[in-house]
Ligand binder design. Sequence first.
Ligand code: SF4
Ligand code: F3S
Length: 373
Amino acid sequence: MKLDHDSEKMFPMFDEVGSPFWEKRGVSRRDFMKFCATMTAALSLPAAMIPKVAEALESDGRPSVIWLEFQSCTGDTEALLRASSPTVAEIVLDVLSLDYSETIMAAAGHLAEEARGKILKERAGKYIVVVEGSIPIGENSAYCCIGGRSALEIARELCSNALATIAVGTCASYGGLPAAAPNPTGAVGVGEAVPGITLVNLPGCPVNTDNLVATIVHFLTFGRLPAVDGKGRPLFAYGKKIHDNCERRSHFDAGQYVEAWGDQGHRKGHCLYKMGCKGPATFHNCPIQKYNEKTGWPVGSGHGCVGCSEPAFWDSMSPFYRRLPNVPGFGIEATADKIGLGLVAAAAAGFGIHGALNALRKDKEPEDSTREG
Ligand code: SF4
Ligand code: F3S
């Protein structure tokens, strides 16, 4: 890989990456191909595509990546850095050239700002921007400034000149927790702050690293971002509801529910619907990809899904321990899709889900008691 600007000297771990790069990271050919197979499967591509994915990852011309962090808890960076199997983060970071990341780069202050400016000047239209955290647009964007410039100004400049932008986590995608009512900073996602850019949203709290890696692999393999749904999320990762792939689904269908935390049903792994699980209204591949190196995910750990990959989830999916009304198989008439849309619409209208749920309950299911956790 050719190193041709000063910023790369700040990242020794990316220096002198030769071919095959994975070998220098202590990854065997077998593990590299296993990684390619995993990514191919994650993208729902046929196994015949594995060699093409491997070829794309091994080729030269890897794009620069600028990782911007605005209003966030750094959870998405943490998720990436904690990944392994087999050293996935290393493979991805070597496949790319992570030239700017305030959290992990050695440089700071003016040096860091200069590095970012140099990439913009010399590689305009050739780099990928990853955004973590929401962008506050209230009070002239004064709530989040870096190096004397607002997050909005930085995002506009860098995302508008990028090959593509990837919003990681729910905050960067839709505003997330900082945007929860009353949204004091006017937090929004990248798509709203900088409309018209080439963007893919990878919501989740935090982003699932496998989905981020697969999105990047798709881009490197095909030269474009994956197909997305109406909320800008790649269909390979957000095309199905949690409820459709949940390991507790058979219990839902059989009418076996947890009625109280720690009860017999909870101990037996029964369905968490009555405890407020929002899986029937949430689109994400958590039951398949899981977290923490595929060891677990919220519902698998015994807690209901809180819908963290949906826009405005903090407002629209709460109270988190109150069950969704009228889910097919349990409730009466509405589809889960309609309920999901209804929840979001209620939040957007400033009505609040509490009121929305009460209204729905009042109208449609007087016989079912609801509960707070
Ligand atoms: Fe799984 Fe939740 Fe659906 Fe029950 S309601 S099957 S716990 S996603
Ligand atoms: Fe979030 Fe629900 Fe997955 S809470 S991590 S979308 S199981």
